[in-house]
Design a protein around this ligand. Sequence first.
Ligand code: PEP
Ligand code: MN
Length: 382
Amino acid sequence: MILILEADLGEEDPRFRQLMAHLQALAGIQSRVHREQGSQQLLTEIYLVGDTQRLAEADMQTLPGVERVVRISREYRMLGRHQNDQRATGFDYNGVHFGQDGLQVFAGLCAVDTPEHVEQMLRALRDNGQLCTRMGAYKPRTSPYAFQGHGKACLPWVFDLAGRYGIRVVAMEILHESHVDEIREALHATGHPTGVMLQIGTRNTQNFELLKAVGRQQEFPVLLKRGFGITLEESLNAAEYLASEGNTRVIFGLRGMKTNLGDPHRNFVDFAQVPVVKRLTRMPVCIDPSHSVGSRDATPDGIMDIFHVTAQGVVAGANMILVDFHPDPATALVDGPQALRLRELPWFLEDIRLARETYERRRQLAAEQLGQPSIPVGAGPV
Ligand code: PEP
Ligand code: MN
């Protein structure tokens, strides 16, 4: 059961103290307080676990400071969408909003290589009004002899450059708990010129100790990629690991499934599940067309498959796009064949705009058909 408290009800408020005293006296019930400071207000939720069946919603509703009560099902307790669950989705991080109503684009390098390439990428992003990017410093590679990423050494100059070009959030995969400390230290040493969204890759979706460690920190939001060889349910439970440890700022990433049934795509594109994840959970949903498709192949009309699947995901309501670009794909150290070129960035963004417009009109049409007020859509910088 979740008790949603009145906005801005702080720890010092006598009603909060009274409420906590009441909850602590309930036998067999443990409570965990979760606070989220948004740009407008402080939101407090209290998660009650244990023998909550015997608690009557109507009684809980009358407790001091309680605005609403949500009875949760067993699945995805913290990130799930429960019965009568009207809670807002998403969060703000470093001035950027992430939610099930918005759309953010993270175009960037699969792997950081040279400062020149990073700077060219960032300049193109700034010139196209972008606030976010992807930059891989730690790379999980199939072969131990392949380039493993520049790691910690590149962080200070990558963050510095990101700040210089107005980038507010850098998505960066981490493979080990120690990488989070290295990122935190590099951000601190450079004076926090930008923010970081930690990425947990498809190969680590069920690395439970890593999930727990990343869930225990609340400084950085997390992009969790779906595991490429496990069920959706298993991957959603992986996201729940992050939340159960305290970090609910989680975005769920679809990136294709490993099976030759998707050939000739690198992975079987699974963006048909964007609506499924939005229905089952309150997480914003990311799509990664680059790692799904894996090539620059195009249809006879000249549109690349990467563009097609991106549009399909966006028309279905995707909230974030993680996509590989490179100023000189022939020299990229990782995943050059699937990288889009910098001159293709305005085209890609315009294609996304068209798809997003279609999604917004589809939403409006659905609201009209169902006789509901049309829900305002969240803005995005595309
Ligand atoms: C990546 O985004 O660079 C990556 C390795 O993705 P995935 O974990 O989905 O393979
Ligand atoms: Mn890659």
